[in-house]
Design a protein around this ligand. Structure first.
Ligand code: HEC
Ligand code: HEC
Length: 314
């Protein structure tokens, strides 16, 4: 695990020397997608008919006006009981290299199919769902136009994925800074970014999504779980998928884009405070105790990662 942190040092030195290959890159301004397919996906994403009993839509938990999640610790499942994991944001989701906290899907389509069929999420079946969509002339016309036939499994998954790929949040002030607008972020935010690099946060939270492209253990220097009164199976992370001892408490590193909008934090939603999340990260992942001033500066940098959501400042 430490290898990731140590390896980042030469990488950062390289990036500074060469003036290129920056460890964080801006979100592209244009997503090349078929607008008609995106529109079908947008409609599906907020359509309650995607769930058994028409009781919930994808937007019930991935709320587009709330940072792409629902700001709950754990969303209630179809059985009314809290789900095992905090709901991640749907914004910039396509920039992740694996999906879900444990990274147990490699393709959005496969993740989405599991959300549709999961008895605790949408709790539907393909027969039930396609029956509803094929009975709706608007869907039939739109699918025929874009896909040349009535709604089927592959086309529903393709349209949903196209919509989710459209949910990029470009133009964060930090991205504008990376593109050369030196004044797009404040002096405090720059100092926060310097600490984010110098202390090694960037070893794990990096790339275009500032996370989402590595598996790492939660608790490298200190174990965040020992002091908790309640531990859950979900805390075991990828271990529950692979059964490998080395995957205990290993999670996909989350993206930090729009993080100011997506409290509560961590796989279990265990803190509502971004300052506390930063403090926990420094202590558990880097063995460093930050001063309140350092925490304030890093949080101010994280605030500069909020992008435009569907063309608007949130
Ligand atoms: C009841 C709340 C709920 C509903 C409804 C829901 N999701 Fe989710 N979604 C979650 C949770 C919780 C996770 C994280 C699961 C995990 O990590 O194991 C998640 C994860 C995801 C991810 C992966 C995010 C990432 O960062 O890797 C995608 C994509 C996604 N959902 C899409 C959908 C789609 C599409 C629908 C509708 C068909 C949907 N979700 C409905 C709660 C929900
Ligand atoms: C060794 C890898 C690693 C390092 C270094 C690291 N993180 Fe993390 N970070 C993670 C992992 C893994 C998680 C998910 C933890 C979990 O299971 O909930 C995470 C979660 C977070 C979250 C919560 C995000 C969310 O949406 O829930 C924030 C904020 C964060 N990190 C900021 C930082 C900051 C700031 C630093 C530097 C002080 C840092 N991280 C250093 C791996 C790392």
């Amino acid at each position: 695990m430490l290898a990731g942190v140590l390896l980042a040092m030469p990488y950062m030195a390289f990036a500074q020397q060469s003036g290129e290959a920056a460890p964080i890159t801006p979100i592209p301004l244009v997503a090349p997608l078929d607008p008609a397919k995106v529109r079908i996906g947008e409609k599906l994403f907020s359509d309650r008919r995607l769930s058994r009993g028409n009781i919930r839509a994808c937007t019930s938990c991935h709320q587009l006006e709330r940072g792409g999640d629902d700001n709950r610790i754990l969303s209630p499942g179809a059985d009314g009981q809290p789900l095992d994991f905090n709901t991640p944001t749907i914004f910039n989701v396509s920039l992740n290299w694996r999906f879900n906290w444990r990274g147990n899907f490699r393709a959005i389509e496969a993740q989405n199919e599991s959300a549709l069929l999961d008895p605790r999420l949408m709790n539907t079946s393909w027969d039930e769902l396609l029956g509803k969509l094929r009975a709706d002339p608007t869907y039939v016309a739109a699918f025929t136009e874009s896909y040349g036939g009535v709604p089927d499994r592959a086309h529903v998954l393709d349209a949903l994925a196209a919509f989710q790929r459209s949910l990029l949040t470009p133009n964060a002030r930090f991205d504008r800074y990376l593109r050369g607008e030196h004044d797009a972020i404040s002096a405090d935010e720059k100092r926060g970014y310097e600490m984010f690099q110098a202390y090694g946060c960037i070893a794990c939270h990096q790339g275009v999504n500032i996370g989402g492209n590595l598996f790492q253990k939660f608790g490298i220097f200190e174990d965040p779980f020992v002091r908790r009164s309640r531990q859950t199976v979900a805390d075991l992370g990828r271990f529950t998928i692979t059964g490998q001892h080395r995957d205990r408490h290993v999670f996909r590193v989350p993206s930090l884009r729009n993080v100011a909008l997506t409290a509560p934090y961590f796989h279990d939603g265990s803190t509502d405070s971004l300052a506390e999340a930063v403090e926990i990260m420094a202590r558990n992942q880097l063995g460093r105790t930050l001063t309140p001033e350092e925490i304030r500066l890093i949080v101010s940098f994280l605030d500069s990662l909020t992008g435009d959501i569907k063309g608007q400042r949130p």
